[in-house]
Design a protein around this ligand. Structure first.
Ligand code: SF4
Ligand code: SF4
Length: 70
């Protein structure tokens, strides 16, 4: 099972990672940044992450700092 780490201090709330994840495991968070934009969170209750790193590769701000293949 894979896993990612999102650095919320780097996230610009562009949501490209949400579109990119083939398993749809990233969603808008209830937490917001200083501009009031919703951050994103990794939500994988069924352990579907394959550690493909497509989310991290797509992120323009390198906010997905770690990807584990499990
Ligand atoms: S590593 Fe792949 S499967 Fe896991 S959250 Fe990122 S895009 Fe989705
Ligand atoms: S792609 Fe990066 S900057 Fe954009 S919402 Fe996802 S983690 Fe945040």
């Amino acid at each position: 099972m894979g896993r990612i780490v999102i650095d919320e201090t780097k996230c610009k709330a562009c949501y490209l990672c949400i579109e990119e994840c083939p398993k749809k495991l990233i969603k808008k968070s209830s937490k917001t940044n200083k501009l009031g934009d919703h951050l994103v969170e990794f939500d994988d209750p069924d352990n579907q992450c394959i550690g493909c790193a497509m989310c991290a590769t797509r992120c323009p701000d390198m906010a997905i700092t770690e990807v584990y293949r499990g």
